[in-house]
Write a protein that binds this ligand. Sequence first.
Ligand code: NAG
Ligand code: NAG
Ligand code: NAG
Ligand code: NAG
Ligand code: NAG
Ligand code: NAG
Ligand code: NAG
Length: 696
Amino acid sequence: MDWVKGGRGRRSEDPVFFKLLASFLIITTRIASAAVSSVSSSEPSFVFNGFEGADLRLNGGGTVESNGLLRLTNFTKNEVGHAFYPFPFVFFNSSSGGPLSFSTSFVFAIFPQYEDISSHGIAFAITPSTNLTAVLPSQHLGLFNFTNNGDPSNHIVAVELDTIQNREFDDINDNHVGIDVNGLTSISSAPASFFLDSSGLQYENLSLISGEPMRVWADYDGKSMVLNVTLAPLMNPKPERPLLSSKLNLSSIVLDNMYVGFAASTGAAAGSHYILGWSFSMNGEADELDLSKLPSLPPRETEDNTTVKKPEIWIILLPIIIFLFLLIASFGIVHLVKTKKKFSEVVEDWETEYGPHRFSYRDLYRATNGFSDEKVLGNGGFGGVYKGQLPKSKLEIAVKRISHDSRQGMKEFVAEIASIGRLRHRNLVQLLGYCRRRGELLLVYDYMPNSSLEKYIFDRPQQSLNWSQRFKIIRGIAAGLLYLHEEWEQVVIHRDIKASNVLLDAEFNGKLGDFGLARLHDRGSNLQTTRVVGTLGYLAPELSRTGKSTTCSDVFGFGAFLLEVACGKRPIELKTSGIDMVLVDWVMEFLKKGEILEARDRKLGSDFAAEELGLVLRLGLMCSHPSPAARPTMRQVVQYLEGEATLPDISEDDFYVFDSSSRRNKILVDETSWNSCTAATNLSSSFSDSPSSRRN
Ligand SMILES: *[C@@H]1O[C@H](CO)[C@@H](O)[C@H](O)[C@H]1NC(C)=O
Ligand SMILES: *[C@@H]1O[C@H](CO)[C@@H](O)[C@H](O)[C@H]1NC(C)=O
Ligand SMILES: *[C@@H]1O[C@H](CO)[C@@H](O)[C@H](O)[C@H]1NC(C)=O
Ligand SMILES: *[C@@H]1O[C@H](CO)[C@@H](O)[C@H](O)[C@H]1NC(C)=O
Ligand SMILES: *[C@@H]1O[C@H](CO)[C@@H](O)[C@H](O)[C@H]1NC(C)=O
Ligand SMILES: *[C@@H]1O[C@H](CO)[C@@H](O)[C@H](O)[C@H]1NC(C)=O
Ligand SMILES: *[C@@H]1O[C@H](CO)[C@@H](O)[C@H](O)[C@H]1NC(C)=O
């Protein structure tokens, strides 16, 4: 038979005699050990009770150990091992055109790396070649690869002992026996078990990865075309009822010459796959193995050996831990990048000189709980105001967010802010600093616990202020405004004096807030036309013509403020009748009647100092004079309020005919008086002029 004669004649460098002798010895031992019955029987068969000296085509992890144990994988991950009988068999009956019968029996054992995490399985395979090079380990069992799995041109039939459930191959579980044809999706499979009787009612489960040796029988009848697969523990006799019995027409699958052998593979977990003995026969039952001659298995490398096992658990845990660590780290980086973006600010070179005034966005973000809604104090004309507490100093702050689109004028404005930050007066809300981001400017102020005066005087306040509180606030604001106009190194125009811009500290001291902001609005909105900024009713009449804010226009606003605090009414109240009530006119009516005190806020009740109230009302009218020059200066205002100067008696004739229908037309501005009004100094240039007073 030609298949007996394959693969001879190695060691060509040896002397001829030894070469011949060696060849002779090899031939004789092979014939003796491998194909014992093949010479004498008409049908080829072999039996290996252990593989000592056996001629096998070994591949990958396949080795025969010194005790004759065939080892297919040697505890390496992603390993493939093959062991094939070196000569092909004829599986096809050329005269009948059908497949021939075959029978095989083998004993295997699988030692997984871990008791419960399996490596992959073993397959008995009938293949057209022993040279399966392009195959893959793990789920492909060393028989197939991704591209050829299921391909009819494979001509491979296998009995798989599969220890991992691969859903892509419809595996029933992670411990099953299956019949594979040309691919890993079994045509028939069953959980690893064996029947105790022929009825198939009683069975016992087996664990393929138990490390216990087990026996497999695979019998194919070429006539009935049924492949039976049976499994049993080593010491058990062959169960009567096969585990699998599957109709299988091998005619188109097998080729004329087919090799038989084993393939095994490991995956992410290593393992060792052993074959202890193997018999095979064409057209007849395979020989019984002599169990007493089978090689013994090595001691389990995993079981009962915790010192070995523990570090090996690390081998699988470590990549998982590293993976998790990397995952967390990458989340961290993403978070950092996001945070960085979130907290990103715009800082330019020129800003370094304003360093002390600059807050980090991060601090402000934290201080205000991320500008949460709960922290909103109010929404001013420029943007939201948030309450906060600086993380380190615990200082309570109010943060005003102003959106700005143009970079234009920013440098100047920041200079102005820095300059304003240097303003110190007990009746000014202290600007602590700023922060600049793309499209956003944040101003940081002292927090005023009692919020805005507006809350206590207009409409129906929950809490009203008595006269002495109101008078104290008025005097304070007057002092603050005097400081801005005359007492600081530069003239600062507030531009938007009104009750809502007067904030109250814990002791109800009035503090003027929001100064300078009108300028930002000015710039941000329209650079071409000078827009009048301020609030209707507080705007000095000359502003609409000149558009130029001066100390005098501030005094006009202060007059409106005096009247609203004394009367508890807004400068202009829109009535449903359509006729607006102008507060100045309304107070003037009382003046004309000689009963100016009747204009007072009724919420004051009777508890008021008539003299002070009268003074405030008359001063309010005076400050509201349409002619800028006719208004007192802030210094005069303070003197009147402090009783250092006596307010001149005023009557309507003295300065104007206040008549809501015609007063605008009657305004005559004395151009010479204009000079007494001072416009604001350019604050942006003031900072570098006086570095000595820079805030630290
Ligand atoms: C497994 O076999 C390979 C060669 O196939 C060898 O390099 C490796 O050292 C062996 N590993 C063990 C654990 O025996
Ligand atoms: C092959 O088929 C022929 C015809 O059916 C039959 O006589 C012969 O016994 C078969 N050979 C084997 C080995 O089964
Ligand atoms: C196995 O097949 C590959 C190509 O598939 C070939 O390169 C190699 O020489 C073959 N090996 C043997 C021993 O036939
Ligand atoms: C898969 O195996 C076949 C033959 O067994 C080979 O021709 C093919 O190149 C292999 N595919 C890959 C992706 O290795
Ligand atoms: C065998 O194992 C299966 C699960 O794989 C289980 O459902 C069944 O009850 C077991 N049978 C016996 C007899 O242990
Ligand atoms: C396969 O199993 C069936 C049922 O147990 C049996 O009738 C048949 O003879 C078996 N075939 C072989 C080839 O063992
Ligand atoms: C087996 O398959 C071959 C080729 O596909 C076919 O010619 C033959 O009829 C089949 N035999 C049976 C019994 O189905």
